[in-house]
Design a protein around this ligand. Sequence first.
Ligand SMILES: Cc1cc2nc3c(=O)[nH]c(=O)nc-3n(C[C@H](O)[C@H](O)[C@H](O)COP(=O)(O)OP(=O)(O)OC[C@H]3O[C@@H](n4cnc5c(N)ncnc54)[C@H](O)[C@@H]3O)c2cc1C
Length: 400
Amino acid sequence: MSHNDVLVIGGGIVGLATAWSLLEQTPTLKIVLLEKESQVAQHQTGHNSGVLHSGIYYKPGTLRATNCRTGRQAMVDFCRAEEIPHDVCGKVIVATCESEIPQLLKIYERGMANGVTCHLIDIPHLKQLEPEVHGVQAIHVPDAGIVDYKQVAQRLAEKIRRAGGEVVTGAEVVAVETRPSEVITRTRDGREWTSRVLVTCGGLQADRVGQMAGCTPTAQIVPFRGEYFQLRPAAETLCRNLIYPVPDPEFPFLGVHFTRMIHGGVECGPNAVLAFRREGYHKLDFSLGDLTETLRYSGFRKLAWKHWRSGATEMWRSWSKGAFVAALQKLVPAIRREDLEPAPAGVRAQALNPNGSLVDDFLILEGPRVVSIQNAPSPAATASLRIGQLIGARVTPKLG
Ligand SMILES: Cc1cc2nc3c(=O)[nH]c(=O)nc-3n(C[C@H](O)[C@H](O)[C@H](O)COP(=O)(O)OP(=O)(O)OC[C@H]3O[C@@H](n4cnc5c(N)ncnc54)[C@H](O)[C@@H]3O)c2cc1C
């Protein structure tokens, strides 16, 4: 039996940032982080677009809006201090036809309200930044950038270990018992860990892990796979940095876009299709339990009923490379089918309310000795260092 002050479940960037923030604030704390995989950052943190988001899209006043902007700066400072490759290269959001301009202007206003540096630019300026892009108007966001979040997560794990904390991999939590004075956490291999406070950052398993810890989830995780292609080297000149479309306001994701990667290459995507398994990275990955749970959930059925048309379009685009290319050609007309080759996918953990609406913000539940992250969608990687501080501030009073 290992006795600890704080136990964190989940070795994604949010769990690691939380453990690190607590240790940075109180170096004497005994902290252990349990991760079920053999390495940290094997799920969302290691399968994302690697974008340092600016905070332009989010509703003013939300946790996403405030923590994205400050979290981006904290992440850039961290990468500088730790000499982790990153590039604040800026991005453009492009209206490709007149009808998209009102929505583009709304995003610009949101950016201004959120204190994000952003500029409306005309076509000659857009062409200077991204010569191959077709558009009628655009926003330039100079503070957006790129980084490798897996590398950031690995560095956080190293720092936690060096500061005396434990990061234990291959430790899947299967049961939690909360007592008035402590929490007992059990892993699949039969080990037991006690702590004064438990923090859960389970990503795609967030609701299940939270429930295990005694928090009644108010929403259920529904997994949405994001599939990518990458540009063949000869076509990489089609994109200099980051090129985004105007997102569909009815749809919670940003639309397929072009992302230069920090270690080279350009990715195109991701789309957003229902994954038939929570950790299902391939089209045919399937779990009867996961899929049944999704289909039986009233929130999912309501969402599917309301958005069946966009859902069907996304499914079609998942199977048809031609449809994927057509979406990209709206932004970069010169792109051809043969310029693209498949790239690894990611799966987003999106919490869905019972009424079918998506939980639009970071969601944190609390019990007397538990803090549980129930929803940490994009831009949670960008904002992770700030989210870690936010969770830390909720843990500290529970330590007494
Ligand atoms: C396709 C895609 C693109 C994205 N693009 C961006 C982007 O460009 N910029 C950005 O800021 N954000 C982006 N995001 C979002 C970002 O990746 C996530 O918000 C962030 O990684 C969430 O981190 P996390 O630690 O909460 O989850 P995860 O990284 O999923 O980590 C959760 C961890 O908990 C572990 N775990 C679960 N259950 C247990 C258990 N029972 N016992 C022990 N361990 C357990 C898992 O194994 C996992 O390692 C993207 C996400 C996806 C999927």
